[in-house]
Design a protein. Structure first.
Length: 92
């Protein structure tokens, strides 16, 4: 059973994010729907570089996949990559 399925979003639920390398770099991790594709790709690549040295990388990636997080870069995976893994098509 996915480890996050029955958890409530309490402070404890998010405690792993206290060690996140992306703190302070949030602008790299989310793009506007109308953002120019090349600019989005550049930000995603930079976000992935931050993820690559993040101490909670595995937890973050597992969380994003298990909770079917729709938006942003999580655990080194872009929205499009997570959608592909889940067998969905990205709509935005
Ligand atoms: S793996 Fe990436 S998105 Fe996840 S907490 Fe770390 S830096 Fe942030």
């Amino acid at each position: 059973m996915p480890r996050y399925r029955n958890l409530e979003p309490t402070a404890d639920f998010w405690s792993w994010r206290d060690a996140a390398a992306c703190i302070g770099h949030e602008d790299l991790f989310y793009s506007l729907e109308d953002e120019v594709k090349g600019e989005r790709r550049k930000k995603e690549d930079e976000a992935k570089e931050v993820c690559a040295v993040c101490p909670v990388f595995d937890t973050c990636r597992t969380f994003a996949l298990e909770t079917k997080e729709l938006y942003g870069v999580w655990g080194g995976l872009t929205e499009a990559e997570r959608h592909r893994i889940a067998g969905r098509h990205r709509t935005g």
